[in-house]
Design a protein around this ligand. Structure first.
Ligand SMILES: Cc1cc2nc3c(=O)[nH]c(=O)nc-3n(C[C@H](O)[C@H](O)[C@H](O)COP(=O)(O)O)c2cc1C
Length: 210
C-alpha cells in the first residue's frame, strides 16, 4: 500500500494523531509544510491529511495543498482527518468543500475530539478563541483530552478502509524508489542518492519504498 500521511499542526495534537495513523499503516508521516515536490507525491496512491480545527482557517491549508497538487498527484484515495474540540457537527460541511476538490478520487473523512493547550497559544489565537468562547459559552482554559485509544481506533478504521479500496495499477512497476525519511523526497534508481538534494541528509536516511 503506497500511503503518505501529512499533517497541519500548531500545537502538536494533529501530529500525534498523524503519527499513530502512519505507524498503523507502516508509512511515512510528514508535516504539510515539508518542501517535498509534486513529483514525489506522485509516488503515493493513498493520501491521508490530518489537520487541527482552527475556526475560520479550518482546512484552508488542506485545500491549498490539494489545489496545488491537483493533477500532479497519483493518489486515488484521499482520507481527511479533522481534529477539534467542538466542531464535530461542522466537520461534514467542511469535508464537503474538500470533497469537491478531491474529485475524482475516492474520499473519506474522520473526526477526532482533540485537546487545547492554552499555554502555547499566541495572542492572535487567544483573541480568536475569545470569540469562540462568546459563541459557545466554553471557558478558555485547557480543554479536552487527546485520547490515545480514539486515535488508535481511527488508525484501525483507516487501515481497514484502505484494504477494501481499489488498488490502482502501478505505472512504474519494476522501478525502485527510495524515500528520504527526513523530508519525504523520493529518488528513483537502483541505489539511494549520496545525499538528499532537498534537505542534504546522507544516503543512510533513505528507505527503500515497497
Ligand atoms: C485559534 C484556534 C481556533 C480553534 N478553533 C476550533 C474550532 O473552530 N473548532 C474546534 O473543534 N476546535 C477548534 N480549536 C481547537 C483545536 O482544533 C484543537 O486544539 C486541536 O487539537 C489543535 O490541533 P493541533 O494541536 O495539532 O494544533 C481551535 C484551536 C485554536 C488554537
Amino acid at each position: 500500500m503506497r500511503c503518505m500521511v501529512t499533517y497541519d499542526t500548531h500545537h502538536g495534537s494533529a501530529r500525534r494523531l498523524a503519527q499513530i495513523i502512519a505507524d498503523r499503516l507502516g508509512c511515512l508521516c510528514v508535516d504539510v509544510d515539508t518542501p517535498f515536490q509534486a513529483e514525489d507525491a506522485g509516488a503515493y496512491d493513498n493520501l491521508i491529511l490530518v489537520f487541527g480545527f482552527r475556526g475560520p482557517y479550518t482546512a484552508q491549508l488542506t485545500k491549498l495543498f490539494i489545489g496545488n497538487m491537483k493533477g500532479k498527484l497519483n493518489y486515488k484515495n484521499l482520507i481527511v482527518v479533522g481534529e477539534g474540540l467542538f466542531s464535530e457537527k461542522e466537520f461534514p460541511g467542511v469535508a464537503e468543500g474538500i470533497r469537491q476538490m478531491a474529485e475524482p478520487y475516492t474520499f473519506n473523512t474522520f473526526f477526532m475530539k482533540g485537546q487545547l493547550r492554552v499555554d502555547t497559544l499566541t495572542p492572535e489565537e487567544q483573541a480568536l478563541l475569545g470569540k469562540f468562547s462568546e459563541l459557545t459559552g466554553m471557558q478558555i482554559t485547557d480543554m479536552g483530552k487527546f485520547k490515545e485509544e480514539d486515535a488508535q481506533e481511527i488508525a484501525g478504521k483507516i487501515h481497514d478502509l484502505l484494504s477494501t479500496l481499489p488498488v490502482p495499477e502501478d505505472p512504474d512497476a519494476g522501478v525502485t524508489r527510495w524515500i528520504c525519511t527526513v523530508c519525504g523526497y523520493v529518488h528513483t534508481g537502483d541505489d539511494p542518492p549520496e545525499k538528499c538534494p532537498l534537505c542534504g541528509q546522507p544516503s543512510t536516511v533513505f528507505k527503500k519504498m515497497e
